[in-house]
Design a protein around this ligand. Structure first.
Ligand code: ZN
Length: 236
């Protein structure tokens, strides 16, 4: 996994730190055991008090020693790289039962895959997801900028072109159409398949009037079932 996520963690120190935590827990337990047992097994009261105090001090010294050791090791452990594209989700890679819960590898695949929505050299689509549900989509021209001035993905601005504004509207309608709350994966797949039909946005004639342009626009509507192209006004 080290080739996928740059984990700058000192594993040796990590292992020692876990042992140090166990030692600290033991020494703290001994302190409470000592308090619980109280003054026992001595002939005189003075002898019992002295033995108890000495025992108690020994235990507190042990706690102090184990705590210092843990603090020393915690500085050596280091921390995972924060440059990972999945941010905190990258921590899933540390799950020791990868075979049973391959969430991390699936996330990586989804991440790489989601960076390819761009459709050919026709358009770019920003698909905003909330958990597994598609929240909204914004369609822009292939040459349009999709980042804000500070380098973040701009998920709010509309396209400058009427044709992509139309496609954005239709994509929003499509999201309402492909609603299956119990099967979000099917929704994503259906929506993406529908979206992919726009790769021929400027090449497919309208299936009703047969023309490429109407009012200066190509057929911007795609049938949800057949994926056929229609002008907005020809789809009824
Ligand atoms: Zn038409």
């Amino acid at each position: 996994m080290a080739d996928v996520i740059n984990v700058s963690v000192n594993l040796e120190a990590f292992s020692q730190a876990i042992s140090a935590i166990q030692a600290l827990r033991s020494s703290v337990s001994r302190v409470f055991d000592c308090l619980k047992d109280g003054m026992r097994n001595k002939e005189t009261l003075e002898g019992r008090e002295k033995a108890f105090i000495a025992h108690f001090q020994d235990n507190l010294h042990s706690v102090n020693r184990d705590l210092n050791e843990l603090e020393r090791l915690s500085n050596l452990v280091g921390k995972p790289s924060e440059n990972h594209p999945l941010h905190n989700s990258g921590l899933l890679s540390l799950d020791p039962v990868q075979d049973k819960t391959p969430l991390y590898s699936q996330l990586l695949q989804a991440y790489k895959w989601s960076n390819k929505v761009t459709l050919g050299k026709v358009l770019k689509v920003i698909v905003v997801m909330r958990s597994l549900f598609i929240d909204r989509t914004i369609v822009k021209g292939y040459n349009e900028n999709v980042y804000t001035e500070d380098g973040k993905l701009d998920i709010w601005s509309k396209s400058n072109y009427q044709v992509f504004q139309k496609v954005t509207d239709h994509a929003t309608t499509a999201l309402l159409h492909y609603q299956l709350p119990q099967m979000p994966d099917v929704v994503v797949r259906s929506f993406m398949t529908w979206l992919r039909s726009y790769i021929k946005l400027f090449q497919a004639p309208c299936q009703r009037c047969g023309k490429f342009l109407q009012d200066g626009l190509p057929p911007t509507w795609r049938d949800f079932r057949t994926l056929e192209a229609f002008h907005d006004t020809c789809r009824q």
